[in-house]
Write a protein that binds this ligand. Structure first.
Ligand code: 6PG
Length: 473
């Protein structure tokens, strides 16, 4: 019996997705690794699964049904390039190669063009949910043309996570590299929410709660539409005692956070498309600053660790967190909308928020309401400016202000919460300091400015008679 799909890569994600495919499609799944030993180990570990192992590309490709479908689950970069090159030499025109890794979307665009020269369709697919998600139901974000989606739907819907209403969390989010772009933005939001939760934890501790009490508090936040996988995960990890020392595990973890780069890519994309993803930026740079060991040592307070008491209630911190989280999700959505418009990807924000309701790391109870807003108005400028979120943000801003002010006075760093507050305040301010920015740019660089009371671009001849001249109308 031929295999409906072959998976390249026997790492955790490849192996888990192959087992998920086999379990749900009830057909043999081909699995390939250049290293035959790795293939043998995987097959020996999972005798229950009908996996067909290969380490020779021709044989692997020969085991596939037509049109041939291959899922790459290898590290982004050279491994994807190498796998694609050897597959293109063996696959027949009309075959589909899906890259399920976290590849940068610009690379994916190159891979699409390269595969097309061989008559092969290359599809960048965001896969979220980690090892457990890959095995039991990930959220899958595909980029490509509708014919690809028609062909892949029967293979991917059965393995995707199911939302509460039973809908599979997989779709074609748009054309081209939009699948990988969407996953990148997902990760940017993931960075922001992880940082916001971590800041809320620090504030609750500074307000006098023990780590165990913080876990209980966060558990009470994780209800109804406010619930999320990341909050649930925080409750879980904060409840773990250290196996070797007194106290909680978190108290013994080095506070230097790392990342694999997708947060930084989102920040760079924000800069490229002119979208303020400042909370994602703050959350990415906290990780950099936390790891700037020498600089931190140079500033370390001589009395050692300070534990200032914070005079803000847990309820206020909760409402501040909920508000900031919505603002962070909005920044991600705004970036998706801008990139889609620029690249003509046709990204459907209603579909994206719908398939983020389950399986992925940023799944949360309020994503259904976000999806409904974009369903109703695909061009919506801002879901947070639309009910029911508008009222929540307005009501929550007071708590966000109190929390940021309290934390500042208690010298507690909360860059993501503070940035959320500033970003939202900026949006609500009728006239910004950027008027002076424009004038200064014209003063030293003749960059021109626009006026509130006349159309066109203007420049002032600063060094001469300071007359205003119109440069275009
Ligand atoms: C997911 C995750 C995952 C991601 C890590 C990376 O959706 O399953 O986003 O794809 O690779 O979480 O995060 P770091 O950059 O923090 O390592």
């Amino acid at each position: 019996m031929e295999c409906p799909i072959g998976v390249v890569g026997t790492g955790v994600m490849g192996a888990s997705l192959a087992r998920n495919l086999e379990r749900n499609l009830k057909q043999p799944i081909a699995i390939f690794d250049l290293n035959q030993e790795k293939v043998d180990v995987l097959l020996a570990q999972h005798p229950e699964a009908d996996l067909r192992g290969f380490s020779e590309v021709g044989e692997f490709v020969g085991s596939l049904k037509h049109p041939q479908v291959v899922l790459l689950m290898v590290p982004a970069g050279k491994p994807v390039e190498a796998a694609l090159a050897s597959l293109c030499a063996e696959l027949e025109p009309g075959a589909m190669v899906i890259d399920g890794g976290n590849t940068h979307y610009i690379e994916t665009e190159k891979h699409i063009a390269y595969a097309a020269q061989h008559g092969i369709k290359f599809i960048g697919m965001g896969v979220s949910g980690g090892e457990q998600g890959a095995l039991w139901g990930p959220s899958l974000m595909l980029g490509g043309d509708p014919s690809v989606w028609e062909a892949l739907k029967p293979l991917l819907e059965p393995i995707a996570a199911k939302a509460e209403d039973g809908q599979p969390c997989v779709t074609l989010v748009g054309s081209g590299a939009s699948g990988h772009f969407t996953k990148m933005v997902h990760n940017g939001i993931e960075y922001a929410d992880i940082e916001l939760i971590s800041e809320a934890y620090t504030l609750l501790r500074s307000a006098g709660l023990t780590t165990k009490e913080v876990a209980t508090e966060l558990s009470s936040w994780n209800q109804g539409k406010n619930r999320s996988f990341l909050l649930e995960s925080a409750v879980e990890v904060l409840s773990v005692k250290d196996p070797t020392h007194e106290g909680s595990l978190v108290d013994h973890i080095l506070d230097q956070a790392k990342g694999k780069g997708t947060g930084a890519w989102t920040v760079m994309a924000g800069a490229d498309y002119g979208v303020a993803v400042s909370i994602i930026g703050a959350s990415t740079f906290v990780r950099s600053a936390s790891s700037a060991v020498r600089e931190r040592e140079a500033w370390l307070h001589p009395e050692g660790e300070q534990t200032p008491r914070l005079n803000v209630s847990p309820t206020t911190i909760r409402d501040a967190y909920f508000t900031a989280r919505l603002i962070a999700y909005q920044q991600g959505m705004s970036l998706l909308a801008a990139a889609s418009a620029e690249n003509n990807w046709g990204i459907n924000l209603a579909d994206i928020s719908r398939i983020w309701r389950a399986g992925c790391i940023i799944r949360a109870g309020f994503l259904g309401d976000i999806s409904a807003i974009y369903e109703n108005d695909p061009e919506s400028a801002s879901f947070t400016a639309t009910e029911p979120f508008r009222g929540q943000v307005i009501a929550g801003m007071h708590s966000l202000r109190q929390t940021v002010a309290g934390a500042s006075l208690a010298a507690i760093p909360i860059p993501a919460l503070a940035t959320s507050l500033n970003h939202q305040t900026l949006l609500e301010t009728p006239r910004l300091s950027t008027a002076l920015v424009q004038l200064l740019r014209d003063y030293f660089g003749a960059h021109t400015f626009e006026r509130t009371d006349a159309a066109g671009s203007f420049h002032i001849v600063w060094e001469d008679d300071r007359q205003q001249i119109q440069t275009s109308s």
